[in-house]
Design a protein. Sequence first.
Lengths: 203, 1014, 291
Amino acid sequence: MTEPAREFDSENAHPMVKEVMERSQQNLLQCYQCRRCAAGCPVGEETGYITPDRLIRMIILGDRENALNNQLVWRCVSCYTCGTRCPNDIQTARITETIKKIAKENHLDPLKPKVAHFHDTFVNSGVRWGRLNEMEFMSFFELKNTLKDLKRLKFKAIYDELVAKTKLGLNMARRKRMHMGFQSAKGRNEIKQLYKKAKKKTV
Amino acid sequence: MNEKKSVETNKRGSVLVVGGGVGAMQSALDLANSGFKVHIVQKESSIGGTMVMLDKTFPTGDCSMCMISPKMVELGRHLNIDIHTLAEVESVEGEPGNFTIKVKQKPRYVDPDKCTGCGICEEKCPKKTSSEYEQGLTVRKAIFSLFPQALPNTRAIDRDICIYFKNGKCKACEKFCDANAIDWEDTGKEFELNVGAIVLSPGLSRYDAAVRPELGFGRWPNVVSSIQFERILSASGPYQGTVMRPGDKKHPKKVAWIQCVGSRDSHNANPWCSSVCCMYATKQAMTAKDHDPDIEPTIFYMDIRAFGKDFDKYVNRAKEEYGVRYQRAMISAVREEAGSGDLIMRYAAPDGKLIDEIFDMVVLSIGFQPHAEAVEFAKTFGIELDAHHFPKTPPLMPVQTTRPGVYVTGIYQGPKDIPETVMQGSAVAGGAMALLSEARGTEVVVKEQPPEKDVTEEEPRIGVFVCHCGINIASVVDVEGVAAYAKTLPHVVYAGNDLFTCSQDSQEKMKALIAEHRLNRIVVSACSPKTHEPIFQDTMEACGLNKYLFEMANIRNQDSWVHSEIPQEATEKANELVRMAVARAATLHPLYEKQIPVNQRGLVVGGGVAGMNAALGLADQDFEVVLVEKEAELGGLANRLTATIEGADVRDYLDGLIKKVTDHPKIQVLTNALIISFTGSQGNFTTEILVGPQMVQRKIDHGAVIVATGANEYQPKEYLYGENPRVMTQLELAERLQKGEAADASRVVMIQCVGSRNEDNPNCSRICCQSAIKNALQIKKTNPEADIFILYRDIRTYGLLEDYYAEARRQGILFFPFDPEDPPVVESLEDGVQVSFKDQLLDRPLKVKADMLVLSAGMVPEDTEELSSILKLARNPEGFFMEAHVKLRPVDMATEGIFLCGTAHSPKLLSETISQAYAAAARATTFLSRTHLTLSAVTARVEGEKCASCLVCVRSCPYNVPKINEEGVSEIDAATCHGCGICAAECPAKAIQLSWYEDDQIICKVDALLEGVL
Amino acid sequence: MDIGYYPGCTLHASSSLYDVQSRRVFNEVGINLKEIEDWNCCGATSAGKVDDFLAIAMPARNIGIAEADGFSEIVIPCSACYSRTLVAQKRLEDDPLLKKEINTELTKKIQGTIKVSSILEVLLTKVASGELAEKVSQKLKGLKPVCYYGCMQTRFPYKVPVPDDVENPQGMETVLKVLGAKPLDWSYKTDCCGASAAVNDEEAALNLMARIMKDAVAREANCFVVTCPMCQLNMDSFQDQFCEKNEIKERLPVYFITEMVGLAMGVSVAELQIDRHFVESTELLKELNLI
């Protein structure tokens, strides 16, 4: 053990556990570290082996720094496998969803900005028109990505993304899967009202 | 035997036992051997339960069937036990002491009075279906017995698939049945029983792993359930003991077990722990390796619950000697590799990496769960169930239900292993006996015998009865030829053959022939004496012949069954076997079973909870008891306990118990008492005791002893105990919590396994995990924000205790595993204790500044070095007493008449101690309830003049029986001799003879065999 | 008979073929899919990652619409939309205050009594009644599909009444067997394809898709059959990419269940728009003489 020992700090631990448990509605204290979720997580290898059970432990120990911004939080695809098989009924995907929000509220720079952009843009587009227009949504999504990459001077990344998405786009066009029309829901105002309400809600 | 009594009482002297497994069997035998009539009502067509499906049992590796079939046979033959199979209880009315039971028995379609169990019907039946006993791995017939050793061995017809019942054709069974036993008109029957008490032991059902398709059961052929694997391992199973995988019958190399399938799981499964799976998986892994050394077993687990006596030693053996790999990681899904049938499993390694590994075969360790009809069953008997549908029992009396007079035992009461089941079986017998003690003997049947004829002056007149055994023998051996040959042998005056010598009518025929030919020696050439000898001996006694004038030649198991391909040679061998048997029969002379009077008083050594309950168990049945306690006060270790995890107040209980004992007219309490000498044998012991501070010498005569010397908490030497006042043991913590101290502790660290599971004490102390959780929950009650860390090696909250572990986590108590090679490090600080340990999940070090450090110190037995040498009782290396047999005689000592209970046996919970105490009392009652004990006549005898006092017999006897007497020669007490014959074989001077196996009686067989050869 | 129909955004966009197929195929068995009026986006898996209230409110509105439109049942082919709507309904049932809160902003108020069905549930009723079998004009002999359910059809973040076995669903297999195909059992039935990660975390998603492909190929399946348009798009449009990356030579067409049903009923390739797949999907059908 070359790492220095962390000191357990209840000042951080208690409020973090409470917050995550309340917002995600998951009783993560119930975990008995059986490692089943780790074995079943499809992105386990991609997260540097930060598996759902380890995330839970980080939260319990109040390790805010690691718990709020780690590979699992951003790579979790919400496949819900962990929670479906958990013997203690803990749906960790709901926890990662919750932490994505907490991270945003705390203005933490997401480890996978594209993921954050995707979901934000998706919902914004959906709410804006009442229905999602793929072209419109993808454009905003790519715009956000590009801006972020520009700020970080990641020109190659921008180029690669452009190439990849163009390829995809052309392919889709060729297969007539590209939707050129425009769809909307008249009742989007109701959705917008609900959105406003959502924003007002205290976490 | 027990005498029949007629007594004025409303209480019945009989008991109903529902169920037919090992627990029910133990209850039935203890009750019947103590003067009560027993009715067994069993749902299946045979008794046996789960144990008969197992191959081997842990931790001894004994063959399960070999251990249980003698009990089954004893049960089947017992005059005072009636077995009703295919039967269920419909209604129960009445009150404790007098219940009226309505029983409905389903039709068997085979008449048990006529059926001889030959099995030809089963052989000839054309209709097959999946076998429940073989767990679907092979088929059974429409007419079948559950398993080969079924009892009753009467076949039964499965009406749902029988061709005759479905469309009126076939009837092959009837065609081939020589005994005319098929009864198509059978409608079953309904009858009433009138009993004094009810024992419920219906067992539990098993979790159906098909509910979890991600584990592949029922989907991928090479995924099997653990019970299927038992059948695969079993020599009488579908693969005859060769370990093969069902998909392609290949021999698997890498075999994986997945633990906790269906247990400890709130998700489409059961939240409790099934208690036995960690041990049985270990056993299966070791046994599989015994069958095939190429097998590489891996067990995927969460906690290894090896909490029983010597279980950790067993697991260590598995790891070190058998190379069983234990991987602490659960499996999410079992995937099949396309084409090969192999299974791919992913798991998280300790360093966090995810590893995909391929296995040839996967075994799912499924757990127990209540039967589907559990709720209606409970309703029928009027008992309440808990939230999990287990019977509700008071925390300190686990065999009582909410209805007086109705008791529960075995796994029905809660998941447990075989020794605990057997113990509880005896415990309920004790409970029922206490209730019905005044009615003892009122309903038993006693054998009436005519006076024995004196044949000592007569020449041997041997009758030989050769059996066809249906076609079992006759299809291979020329039975008539053998009988004709037998007639030519010396001393044979009658030789004949029967279709089934064991049948009722053959017995009558035998009696007539004995009278007609004045036979004084009987030879039966048939099957195994183990099962049938007593039948023929009964017949002989009914004719006034001494039962030791009997010899059996096994021409079935040892001949026709194993030489079925070579009938001519088999017949020759049968002739030889008969010749040998006849030769021996001629040498037999009558033997007499001694009767010794029983002193119906019991001695209990130890006045703790175990001793007191055992004493009450006996005293409530009106036996006199002397309770000997070495301290000034009664209570033992329980004096330091506060409450059980269920919340029962131990002090209250203890006070009540002590009062009951001291007030009881039949119990004499001797405190400050020390045992100084012990002599005698079963039924007649004499113990000398020094009592009181004045050391007054007392001599007590008694018939049985119950040892309950108890245990203490280990005094830790590690982790700053004794150096820092913030470091204490769990008992000390509990005491402080009760006094209201330690209420402000806001950060507590507990370390498990202190003084247990190490080099000095390799075993688990069993009670510490639940004790730590109990105290942690107590702290949380007063201070919900307290941070409690429990550092453990395995959390062993077995059975229904698992709920408390879940509750502990729910309340935020944190659990961290550690390896024994990397234990926590503690350091004294000014205002606390710093505990440093590794968080294995995050693979990084953690430290906690604790207000209190609590050590879960284990249990060490009371120092019984002197006592054990006085009583001549064996102890294991850790100082706990050794019982006669770990599995099937968990409260008996090797010396007859001495019993054991409580923590003197091994660490256990208070409720388990109480259970075992009642069991010991029940077992002791099988002695004390008789005025006389009949000893076996098969005992060893020393001819003093030949003895050279070489002490070989003394050293070789496994029961410590031969003693050098005042004349300086070896003497064997017939009362304690087990008749094994080792001393007779070992004695270099040939001074010892074993009755019924005397030298000439054995050598004549060899001579007869080699007649004409040498 | 008329059933309420919620296509969702993607069935009006890149997966519009699924919409066309569903309508056509259900028509054949006597079900008229009536698109509910002015439905809105359900939020898919993204809403849950952005705002919990919205994640319920968005699909909840559609329940209100369907009920107000007079339907007793609503069928939702897209797995994500189905999942979100089912979860929303159960959440509202368990939390009347939440329902009230959402209803205050809606004109078509939610009762919460409508039956929310997946496309398989409805198809299976037609299997049970024998009506589907009647409409089969050609058996899909030679087709050895692996049925790929993905996540949203089987696993839910909340306790909802699930119509099929979660770990080993049989809905598609049952339908395919009636159509005469021989679906194969395999180990990746309900594994995740990566979903949106295909565009926001490509490396990870491609690995997931490759694993699914490998098992299907090893089982010697000749195609995938799916119900989820996201899975279809992923496994179809990225197949060349993840196969090349992982040295998989084979290519398996990814059919919607509705394409299979349509084919068996004799509907043409053009009408079913099977030519709008990325992976060549008509060759196999020609080989098997199904077209």
